[in-house]
Design a protein around this ligand. Structure first.
Ligand SMILES: NC(=O)c1ccc[n+]([C@@H]2O[C@H](COP(=O)([O-])OP(=O)(O)OC[C@H]3O[C@@H](n4cnc5c(N)ncnc54)[C@H](OP(=O)(O)O)[C@@H]3O)[C@@H](O)[C@H]2O)c1
Length: 404
């Protein structure tokens, strides 16, 4: 976080400087800044799963230590958070401070530029958690605000805001989505019995949470092994999903049977098969005739390159990816440095070494070199446990190395 230089409140300049007195307003403190930004971050969270491809954003208008307006980006095409917060604040926005989790936009997209709305409302100071990495914003909003005489402080709550943006941040800074590997395992880390059966390891509460994770993902990713063994639908069910994630299957040589549910009339549209560049054209045509989209991509070690698929997903605006594949695909993505988080459901049951382990060899060798993570969520779901672990993923091509 970069601290803002001090608590002085700069009065508005230019056309908005009239009719407002600073005399009875206490200047905002660092505490106020953190408090109001935390509130803005919580508001932003309400848009989760509904704003795609826009980021989640929250905004608070505060004056004399009190909130006078707040808003969040509710859904694509609807008002941006800043505009909503200003509408709530009305005339009280004049001379007030706007707290916003992401740099306001300076361009006309589906809605008019937010910086103009801030200017018109007479906002005196704008506290921004993060500069928007999107190439059409990226500093322009901040510069426009400053040009309009609005004081801008950037960096309050930056880490939390980056975390909130997740895949949007990664897609615009590193051209790849955020990948969460979802695993449902027994206490001893087994995801299927010796015959490959995995239904059901966890109970209904855990499975319902799995559907909630799908509902907030932009894409769900599996390998051909899981497609064959489980014939899944990969839809978010019974959780009031605003939209369904894109369903993506990695099938390097297009060998999966066309009878899978993913390729049936109900699911073919919205399903993508990623394959190698020389997968049989005849198979490709058969899938496309059903409405399935085929992405021919480069291979790595004879299989769909994780890096190439990650780039393609980001380019398609799929910023949050839930990897629901088996150990083969998940381990390959982990080794490629492309798994950012693990969402681990643990059932209090034991299958022993006869069962299938959820993670393959990582080439780590010693405990000292083990990949370290940080638990960011833990809860109980019925009889099962749930952990969300942030792995602080590294760039593709970098080995497991020391995790620091
Ligand atoms: N409990 C759970 O959470 C859970 C979740 C998922 C699966 N499962 C279980 O896991 C078992 C299936 O395991 P699995 O490991 O075979 O499934 P998988 O990881 O989903 O699929 C593996 C296949 O994906 C294809 N693939 C394409 N690109 C790849 C790449 N870059 N790296 C690795 N693989 C790539 C490969 O086939 P091609 O070479 O033909 O492309 C590979 O054989 C089933 O028993 C299933 O029930 C359990």
């Amino acid at each position: 976080m970069c601290p803002h230089p001090g608590p002085t409140l700069i009065p508005p300049r230019g056309p908005h400087a009239t009719g407002f007195s600073l005399a009875n307003m206490a200047p905002p403190s660092d505490d106020d800044d953190s408090r109001f930004m935390r509130r803005a971050l919580r508001l932003a969270e309400r848009g989760r799963g509904r704003t795609h491809p826009n980021p989640m954003v929250g905004a608070v208008v505060a004056r004399a230590g009190r909130v006078v307006g707040e808003g969040w980006h509710r859904a694509i095409g609807l008002d941006h958070a800043e505009v909503e917060a200003l509408a709530r604040a009305g005339a009280r926005a004049r001379g007030a401070t706007m707290y916003v989790t992401l740099e306001p936009c300076a361009h006309t997209g589906r809605t008019p530029p937010c910086v103009e709305a801030l200017e018109r409302a007479g906002i005196a100071r704008c506290v921004v958690a993060l500069r928007d990495p999107h190439r059409i914003v990226n500093g322009r909003g901040i510069r426009s605000l400053r040009r309009a005489g609005i004081r801008v402080d950037v960096g309050v709550g930056a880490d939390e805001a980056r975390d909130l943006l997740g895949g949007y941040w990664l897609a615009h800074t590193r051209r790849r989505p955020r990948v969460t590997w979802k695993v449902a395992a027994t206490l001893d880390g087994r995801i299927a019995d010796r015959a490959g059966r995995s239904r059901w390891i966890t109970g209904p509460e855990a499975r319902a949470h799995g559907h909630r994770l799908r509902a907030t993902a932009d894409a769900v990713l599996i390998g051909s092994g899981t497609a064959r063994a489980d014939d899944p639908r990969l839809t978010a069910r019974a959780v009031g999903a605003a939209r369904q994630p894109l369903r993506v299957v990695c099938d390097s040589a297009l060998e999966l049977p066309l009878t899978l549910r993913l390729f049936g009339a109900a699911l073919a549209r919205g399903t993508v098969v990623a394959c190698g560049p020389s997968a049989p054209l005849r198979r490709r045509r058969a899938l496309e005739a059903r409405g399935v989209t085929v992405w021919p991509l480069p291979l790595r070690a004879g299989r769909v390159s994780p890096a190439a698929l990650a780039r393609r997903l980001a380019r398609e605006g799929r910023y949050e990816v839930l990897l629901e594949g088996g150990a083969t695909l998940g381990t390959a993505w982990l080794r490629a440095g492309l798994v950012d988080r693990v969402a681990l459901f643990t059932a209090p049951r034991l299958l022993g070494a006869d069962g299938l382990a959820w993670c393959g060899a990582l080439g780590v060798g010693s405990l000292r070199r083990a990949r370290a993570g940080r638990i960011v969520q833990q809860r109980r779901l019925g009889a099962d446990g749930f952990l969300l672990v942030d792995l602080a993923a590294r760039e593709p091509g970098v080995g497991m190395g020391s995790a620091g």
